[in-house]
Design a protein around this ligand. Structure first.
Ligand SMILES: [Fe+2]
Ligand SMILES: [Fe+2]
Length: 178
């Protein structure tokens, strides 16, 4: 949870740089919205951490601060494709962070965070789908997909937004070997 909390900051920082480096107003607005979602996630994760007296990790805060700023800066130099691609890849991995947290809580008999964690996981999936849509016709995608295992045909989670499961039926999301 400490890691998720700090990683949201890295993501939000990165999207600030990203938004400055896209051309259309629609893209800027979409990325700004995603940045706001990440700050909101950070607030929600912090709420849960407080409840269990989990402290904020200074190490992760520092590490992800640097990572966020570096990625943000890179958005100024690496063109259009890569920021969208790596943002999508990152989001793809984040989805399961929240579903796994839900599974851990459930394993120790705590169910009251289910909905919040479910919604954060689904939100990350929406972010992933947005970023994928921005690069899906790019001719670089097949090549990057091969190397980084993420793209039009590969994802780091098994959530299908078109056939979304209700929160109470989402138990199969992010289970190993699914
Ligand atoms: Fe997030
Ligand atoms: Fe996200």
């Amino acid at each position: 949870m400490q890691q998720a909390y700090s990683a949201e900051k890295a993501a939000a920082f990165a999207y600030i740089g990203h938004a400055k480096n896209v051309k259309t107003e629609a893209e800027k607005l979409a990325i700004k919205q995603i940045e706001d979602d990440e700050w909101e996630h950070r607030r929600e994760v912090l709420e849960i951490m407080k409840e269990y007296n989990i402290p904020i990790s200074k190490f992760y805060e520092f590490k992800y601060h640097i990572i966020g700023k570096v990625i943000s800066g890179l958005c100024y130099v690496i063109g259009r494709f890569m920021p969208f691609f790596f943002a999508g890849k990152l989001e793809s991995g984040n989805v399961c962070e929240y579903f796994r947290m839900k599974q851990y809580f459930n394993a120790i008999g705590i169910y009251k965070h289910d909905l919040a964690l479910y919604e954060m996981g689904i939100k990350e999936k929406e972010h992933e789908v947005y970023f994928l849509a921005q690069v899906k016709d790019d001719k670089l995608l097949p090549f990057f997909e091969k190397i980084f295992s993420w793209g039009a045909n590969s994802s780091f989670n098994n959530i299908d937004l078109e056939n979304k499961q209700a929160p109470e039926n989402s138990g199969d999301y992010c289970k190993p070997n699914k």
